[in-house]
Design a binder for this molecule. Structure first.
Ligand SMILES: [Zn+2]
Length: 269
């Protein structure tokens, strides 16, 4: 086949450009690893990566927030039981990160929470944490607040007052013994409650029962309403293998909404 000299020169030039691009971009394979969960993260500097710990990588992904504004506490209307809260009734530009259960104790959770400086509320089931309460004491020492989530993590709806009182009140007592602070908030397992639950929560001296507006799973936020976190929203995640991705996804969602994480207990003094 005959190739005219002009075309041959063009072909050679194109090949040269392709080779130069390929050689000058040796990091392309590495870059791909920084794209996860459908989100693109800025590539950290070479020095951050050569710090080598996984820490360097995920700490660079943490959104930065201004300090939360001083809380305007809410007052609950008089009723038979504790208020059932999924969105704190506030106009302040804040949202609340809550983390449940405690069976899976991710080794880097404490570093992540510490570096984020984000206030978190932990709803712990006694049976999930009693093999290693020190893990949660570490989180408490860096500002996490420990709240109640029953002893055995049963479904409460439809159960007797006595059954629910044991799970809710005695569970709170056991957390008080372990962590030196009496829980003031309660979350029912699976978010399932009835009027008995709310009465028991009030009767054992707690201020609110918590549901949620968003949940985080496998690094993705699932919304119950609009696809944006709204002021006062309570966000639920769990102590799971994907703690790092879930925590960062929760913070990114709060950041994207122009909100700041705040401490739940400051709104229920
Ligand atoms: Zn739970």
């Amino acid at each position: 086949m005959h190739v005219p000299p002009a075309k041959a020169r063009l072909l050679a030039a194109v090949l040269l450009v392709v080779v130069v691009v390929a050689v000058s971009n040796p990091d392309s394979g590495r870059t791909v690893r920084w794209v996860s969960s459908g989100r693109t993260h800025p590539q950290p500097s070479t020095s951050a990566m050569s710090a080598s710990s996984a820490g360097g990588a995920y700490l660079a992904r943490l959104p930065k927030f201004d300090k939360a504004p001083p809380a305007h506490p809410v007052t609950a209307a008089e009723s038979d039981g504790a208020p059932w809260i999924s969105r704190v009734p506030t106009d302040q530009p804040v949202a609340f990160v809550t983390i449940d259960d405690g069976w899976v104790k991710h080794p880097e959770a404490a570093e992540l929470v510490r570096e984020s400086r984000v206030p978190v509320t932990l709803f712990l089931a006694v049976n999930a944490i009693q093999d290693n309460p020190a893990y949660f004491t570490t989180l408490q020492d860096i500002g996490a607040v420990i709240e109640a989530h029953t002893i055995t993590h049963p479904k409460l709806r439809g159960q007797s007052y006595a059954f629910q009182k044991h799970e809710i009140c005695d569970g709170a007592d056991q957390l008080t013994e372990l962590f030196g602070r009496r829980p003031t908030m309660f979350r029912p397992p699976f978010g399932e409650q009835d009027s008995t639950t709310l009465r028991v929560v009030r009767d054992c001296g707690m201020k609110a029962a918590l549901f949620w507006k968003e949940t985080v799973n496998r690094g993705r936020v699932q919304y119950q309403e609009a696809r944006i976190v709204q002021p006062g929203d309570v966000i639920l995640m769990h102590f799971r293998e994907q703690f790092v991705d879930d925590f960062i996804a929760a913070l990114e969602a709060i950041k994207a909404a122009g909100l700041t994480p705040a401490r739940l207990e400051d709104y229920f003094p």
